[in-house]
Design a protein around this ligand. Structure first.
Ligand SMILES: Nc1ncnc2c1ncn2[C@@H]1O[C@H](COP(=O)(O)OP(=O)(O)OP(=O)(O)O)[C@@H](O)[C@H]1O
Ligand SMILES: [Mg+2]
Length: 397
């Protein structure tokens, strides 16, 4: 009787595993991939929650990267002590483990139950091994109706092996994809610099032309510098290794700070700049510095793609469990057929490319930050009338 009962479930688990493996192999977005892996782990092991912790050998730390119970990217980066955690034990011993009563186990990292609000009653974890090195730990907790078995562990090890290959692939792809694009993008400013240097060296230019060349060089160097720093921001955000530093803060104060930063820029262009944010706006939980970066990028665009005597308005309002923030401008606008493309890396609206300098990375950074906060960004725009970007962020209130 017992034999008949375990066999079909095991086959079911492996069948599930085969289906999942195909899915994993084709996923190249690291965060989506890790989410799929944790969902698969909890499904095949029939457990309540699953998580992936990544190991950073440079810092010798373990941190949460994905979990079934983390609906936003925010708890990502939460560090788990190597010395006082079961995950740390797995890294050090490079072995899988089943713990029937973690509360009684000295190695269990107790604070995690408070942070996640879930009591760990049973736990199974395996190391993710790539070329003999631990890159992370896959853990499942709270087996439904029983204890984790040796069979569960075998299925998890098989899933872990698939997951590691997929993680390696996606990391390589991410690097080559981003680096390839970056190299492509720096070609134009580099060839402009190259041409200018040759001309200057040839001594065939008069003083006035020389000055012009140097101005061009200065502008190209500035473009390269901007591109490098935006590119680094984006690479960090997209690698999934970005560790957010989360606090509870007043979004109203943050928006007012952004307003102050851009005030003098707007006055130079006689832009009518206003802010309309109610004092009652609820606080939000998030990485303040990153969100400030996001709104700064939006305002930077609102100024850059505007004109003398134009207008910019920052507005915010609270809705049930949400804060809605908009940045509107009366600038050049974005043609309808290009609106869906502007969040892509390096994309710049065709008609703006020769008129306004930029790298086309600002909005990719904004989108990544907002989605990692569990929020959304959208826009409405009309050419020569203006553009409104609307950001929705979740709150507890
Ligand atoms: N407020 C806006 N009004 C009109 N066009 C905009 C606006 N914001 C963005 N765009 C268009 O979307 C493109 C992408 O914006 P993004 O901020 O990503 O890059 P950028 O401004 O060109 O460069 P940077 O990386 O320096 O921000 C811009 O090149 C521009 O064509
Ligand atoms: Mg920009």
């Amino acid at each position: 009787m017992k034999k008949n009962k375990t066999k079909p479930t095991l086959i079911n688990s492996y069948q599930k595993l085969i289906n999942i493996s195909c899915d994993l192999a084709s996923e190249l977005d690291l965060n989506i991939l890790l989410t799929k892996i944790v969902n698969a782990a909890s499904e095949v092991s029939d457990s309540e929650e699953a998580s992936i912790l990544m190991f950073d050998p440079a810092k010798n730390t373990l941190y949460f990267q994905a979990a079934t119970n983390l609906d936003t990217g925010l708890k990502r980066g939460l560090v788990v002590p190597l010395e006082e955690s079961i995950a740390g034990w797995i890294v050090k011993n490079q072995k899988p483990i089943i713990v029937d009563d973690p509360q009684e186990d000295k190695r269990h990292f107790n604070s995690i139950d408070n942070i996640t609000n879930i009591k760990t009653d049973s736990l199974m974890g395996i190391p993710l091994l790539s070329k003999g090195k631990v890159i992370g730990v896959l853990e499942v907790i709270n087996k439904r109706g029983g204890k984790f078995t040796q069979e569960d562990q075998d299925v998890m090890l098989a899933l872990g092996a698939q997951a590691t290959v997929a993680i390696d692939n996606s990391r390589l792809f991410l690097q080559s994809d981003l680096i390839g694009e970056f190299v492509h993008q720096i070609r134009t400013p580099l060839s402009a610099l190259n041409a200018a240097t040759h001309l200057l060296k040839s001594n065939r230019v008069d003083d006035q032309q020389k000055k012009k060349m140097i101005d061009i060089m200065e502008a190209e160097i500035e473009a390269l510098t901007d591109m490098s720093s935006s590119f680094l921001d984006l690479a960090r955000l997209q690698s999934g290794r970005k560790q957010y530093s989360v606090t509870d803060f007043s979004i109203r104060e943050l928006l007012t700070e952004c307003y102050d930063i851009f005030y003098s820029d707007t006055q130079h262009q006689a832009i009518n700049f206003s802010i309309d944010v109610p004092e009652t706006l609820p606080r939000i939980t998030g990485d303040r510095k990153q969100l400030k970066q996001a709104f700064t990028n939006l305002l930077n665009n609102a100024v850059k793609y505007n004109h003398e005597g134009g207008e910019i308005v920052i507005k915010a309002l609270a809705k049930k469990k949400q804060v809605i923030i908009s940045v509107s401008d009366s600038g050049m606008g974005i043609p309808e057929d290009e609106q869906s493309l502007i969040f892509e890396k390096f994309y710049r609206v065709r008609s703006h490319r020769d008129q306004v300098p930029g790298t086309g990375l600002g909005l990719s950074v904004v989108k990544q930050i907002i989605t990692d906060h569990g929020g959304e960004i959208s826009l409405t725009s009309e050419v020569n009338v203006g553009t409104t970007f609307t950001v929705t962020l979740p709150t507890d209130k």
